[in-house]
Write a protein of this length. Structure first.
Length: 232
């Protein structure tokens, strides 16, 4: 069997003009992850990331700490879904259905609680497929591109290989859905508990993807610094 590790990027810059870059804490999380993998003596035959800066910067921080880092390849299929257009498309109906949304909207990017109210409501509607999201990527399209990226990695890396993918919570939950036969709603909810710089691993062959471990952060937990554990 071959092994696929999927690492979520370090903490991004929530509330800043450019979210798609690692915060100072996110850079440290990624560095600690790289040091942890180096101590374990893990060797990777291939490494992939999406095209998002937070994924690429996490990859560079980690790979720089490995004794023999593999070449990093980009696969856009590992990009996170773009929640902005989805929220914009669903906001009018959300405001009608839930008065709390209208109240939270002006503070969405200043307060985490307000963000969560709107974000979670929009994502549940998006996954249901019952609402028109206009030109925004659909949940089904997102699942398809995530699956295609996984298939490419598995096809390019056969028996006995160990692969490391730097990605985001959405593609990791899509892989969990595929491996465990999860419902759409369950896969979505798992996205929200995947920690920054966490590791999820799978065994794979040309037919199956099997979960081995989920959301591991021993490299952060052992520091005994609660601020290292983040979800946004």
């Amino acid at each position: 069997m071959s092994v696929l590790y999927m690492m979520r990027h370090g903490q991004a810059s929530f509330g800043q003009e450019n979210y798609d870059r690692l915060s100072g804490l996110g850079l440290r999380q990624a560095a600690l992850a790289g040091e942890h993998l180096a101590r374990l003596g893990l060797s990777f035959d291939a490494a992939y990331c999406g095209t998002m800066y937070r994924q690429q910067d996490t990859a560079r921080e980690v790979l720089a700490r490995l004794a023999s880092p593999p070449r990093l390849a980009e696969l856009p299929g590992f990009n996170e879904y773009d929640s902005g257009p989805i929220i914009q498309a669903l906001l009018p109906v959300m405001q009608k259905e839930d008065p709390a949304v209208a109240e939270a909207w002006p503070r969405m990017y200043q307060e985490r609680k307000a963000f969560q109210t709107i974000y979670e409501g929009a994502m549940r509607r998006w996954v249901s497929g019952r609402y028109d999201t206009g030109p925004a990527e659909t949940w089904r399209a997102f699942l398809d591109r995530s699956r295609q990226a996984l298939e490419q990695v598995r096809g390019d890396n056969g028996r006995g290989n160990t692969v490391l993918v730097f990605t985001s919570g959405g593609p990791i939950s899509a892989a969990l859905r595929l491996a465990l036969g999860l419902s759409d709603e369950t896969a979505l909810r798992l996205t929200w508990v995947i920690k920054n710089a966490s590791l999820t691993s799978f065994f794979y062959n040309d037919r199956e993807l099997t979960l081995s471990s989920f959301n591991a952060t021993a490299h952060l937990d052992q520091r005994r610094e609660p601020e290292l554990i983040t979800y946004r």
